[in-house]
Design a protein around this ligand. Structure first.
Ligand code: PGA
Length: 254
């Protein structure tokens, strides 16, 4: 049984004071977090504050939104996996579509980051997804296959099992237009089939695949009840602690 994983991607938002208030309200609203893993992914500048505010809260981990693949050195403005581990960060989001389109990240660059993350025992959440044009042309499977094989090249089955994949159709991110549960399930099943080809049955069954793109309290339950959807990567709705708590509760219900 795969444990569902719900992540809050705050993007370039949330000061330290806002982050602290978020955590307090979220912990109060969410109740006991059992059978679900929650990950808060603040901007770098609020990571330490979120850690401090979480204290001993069980089943809540902290992630980062990006990192560079080199271990250390003259790379002004970059952050390494080791620097994130030093802050007790567990996860790192890699290859988000905003990084791919606005900052020119390719599958090869994402792959270098993914491998560097594993080397430092940081768990990557690797984002893939098609644009609307690619979907309209009937190229969803082709694009997902290229991104998966490119971004995850060279990983051992164990590393693959410790990788989270986020299927985020680009046309659904920040648009209010989520994929239907059927569209998402179809893509997730294809991703799992590709993982089976890349590794083996056991590995494919263990990898958690999140859905991302306009997840809200109103659609979370139905999306996460699909057999291959193992959680959500939430952007906009994760900035409000009450909405995010509702999404976490939706993941708990079978
Ligand atoms: P959204 O963003 O929930 O605002 O659509 C999702 C994401 O970019 O991870």
């Amino acid at each position: 049984m795969r444990k569902k994983i719900i992540a809050a991607n705050w993007k370039m938002n949330m000061t330290q004071a806002e982050s602290e208030r978020f955590v307090e309200t979220f912990l109060r609203d969410c109740g006991e977090i059992i059978d679900v893993e929650v990950v808060i992914v603040p901007p770098f500048t609020s990571i330490a504050k979120v850690m401090e505010a979480l204290g001993r809260a069980q089943n809540i981990k902290v992630g980062a939104q990006n990192m560079y693949w080199e271990k250390s050195g003259a790379f002004t403005g970059e952050i390494s996996a080791a620097l994130l581990r030093d802050l007790f960060v567990h996860y790192v989001v890699l290859g988000h579509s905003e990084r791919r389109t606005l900052f020119g990240e390719t599958d090869e660059m994402v792959n270098r980051k993914v491998r560097a993350a594993h080397e430092a025992t940081l768990r990557p959440i690797v984002c893939i997804g098609e644009t609307l044009e690619q979907r309209d042309k009937g190229n969803v499977e082709k694009i997902l296959s290229i991104q998966l094989r490119g971004s995850l090249a060279g990983l051992t089955p164990k590393e693959l099992q410790e990788t989270v994949i986020a299927y985020e159709p680009v046309w659904a991110i920040g648009t209010g237009r989520n994929a239907t549960p059927q569209q998402a399930q179809e893509a997730h099943a294809f991703i799992r089939k590709t993982l089976r080809e890349m590794a083996d049955d056991t590995t494919a069954e263990r990898v958690r695949i999140q859905y991302g793109g306009s997840v809200k309290p109103e659609n979370a339950r139905e999306l996460m009840s699909q057999s291959d959807i193992d959680g959500a990567l939430v952007g906009g709705a994760s900035l409000d602690p009450r909405s995010f708590a509702q999404i976490v509760k939706a993941a708990r219900e079978k």
